[in-house]
Design a protein around this ligand. Structure first.
Ligand code: SF4
Length: 262
């Protein structure tokens, strides 16, 4: 363990518990940890900046470090354990191993928040299948909006993401939610979103709104609910609650799915 304790002496791969509108008290596990690492660069990303823009899986922090950090954490006061952190958790090759370890230590429900860009990879699917709940990001229903909002690495398309989620839905036994950041839709985009959602058949659709500041650069505390940012930050424009409710109820009646919003 020496290496990590020497290089990151005051930092932990485990953070929180933080309050989450969908999960209650959520204990975060960060398997990216050494940097901000993701295959997307979403325009609203609270991490501020994705320093490593990649679709390549790797082991960024050893599972033994996560186990040591979990033992030192306040896991008993958490409702759930959530894999999210400093980027895209499915890029961590030891995701499955870490899920098993977190369940063995805490006995809590395990949730993974994913950008859903890697569900065509069988190893990712096998890892995610170990979670009790998987929340997949889907912010767009056309390729141009997908590229503008999520800014994926080369080779990831909206079609590949949707295809991966649909396939995952067919085999996954746990609770599958689609998380979508609020945005205005044209009629054609809305229709197309409804078709995609009806094909996926998630257990729930969650409409999020941007609430946290977007710092100019990454710092590790950005993975949780931090009080102050060491960098200048952009405060996102507040979306009127009635606009969110309009989208929620329209989506619910057009798809017949359970749609919730914060
Ligand atoms: S998928 Fe998540 S971590 Fe990656 S850029 Fe988007 S919001 Fe940030």
């Amino acid at each position: 363990m020496g290496d990590y304790e020497e290089v990151y002496p005051r930092l932990s791969t485990v953070y929180g518990p933080v309050e989450s509108w969908r999960l209650g008290r959520s204990l975060g596990i960060d398997l990216l940890f050494v940097n901000s690492i993701c295959s997307f660069r979403c325009v609203y990303c609270q991490l501020g900046k994705i320093n490593v823009h990649t679709a390549k899986r790797g082991e960024f922090v050893p599972t033994r470090q996560v186990i040591a950090d979990l033992h030192k954490s306040d896991w008993r006061s958490a409702d759930v354990v959530t894999f999210s952190g400093s980027g895209e958790p499915t890029l961590a090759k030891n995701l499955g191993e870490a899920i098993r370890a977190a369940r063995a230590i805490t006995g809590k429900e395990i949730v993974v928040l994913t950008n859903a860009a890697h569900l065509n990879d069988e190893e990712v699917v096998a890892d995610l299948s170990l979670a009790d709940r998987v929340f997949c990001k889907l912010d767009a229903s056309d390729e141009a909006s997908f590229r503008r909002i999520n800014r994926p690495v080369e080779g990831i398309t909206l079609e590949s993401v949707v295809e991966g989620i649909e396939k995952f839905r067919d085999s996954y036994k746990g609770f599958l939610a689609i998380q979508s950041m609020y945005r205005p839709y044209t009629d054609a985009q809305f229709e197309s979103l409804c078709e995609i959602l009806k094909d996926i058949r998630p257990d729930e659709v969650q409409i999020n709104t941007p609430t946290r500041a977007i710092p100019r650069a990454w710092f590790i505390e950005a993975r949780g609910n931090y009080d102050e940012t060491p960098y200048p930050a952009i405060t996102p424009r507040k979306v009127p609650p009635e606009d969110v409710e309009d989208l929620r109820s329209l989506l619910e009646s057009a798809t017949g799915l359970n749609v919730v919003s914060r």
